[in-house]
Design a protein around this ligand. Structure first.
Ligand code: CA
Ligand code: CA
Length: 103
């Protein structure tokens, strides 16, 4: 028996109701590193990171530990690419590198 506090009345058994109440996703889509709810609640609610190989995003949610500082924001809040975490210099964003050659 499912006894969740489901606010989205049309979610069926085996589905997870996103915290914003706007959508239902498959239960097994929770904590799979991919944000399926618009509010990312499926990656935060009840997800427990195994820090031996996962990184816990500041806003919640887990990603593969090897995904930190790889130039792509994998956390919903982008905290896996925080300059402080990765040691980037703030003056030189990694995404906007200009190739300047002397004439
Ligand atoms: Ca997901
Ligand atoms: Ca990343």
């Amino acid at each position: 028996m499912f006894c969740f506090h489901v606010t989205f009345s049309e979610c069926s058994d085996g589905q997870y109701a996103c915290a914003n109440g706007l959508s239902c996703i498959r239960e097994d889509y929770r904590c799979d590193y991919i944000s399926d709810c618009a509010d990312n609640s499926d990656e935060v609610d009840g997800c427990v990171c195994d820090l031996s190989f996962e990184f816990e995003c500041i806003a919640g949610g887990c990603i593969n530990g090897t995904w930190t500082c790889d130039g792509e924001e994998d956390c919903f809040d982008g905290s896996d690419e925080e300059a402080e975490l990765c040691g980037y210099t703030t003056e030189q964003p990694a995404t906007d590198v200009t190739m300047t050659k002397g004439n």
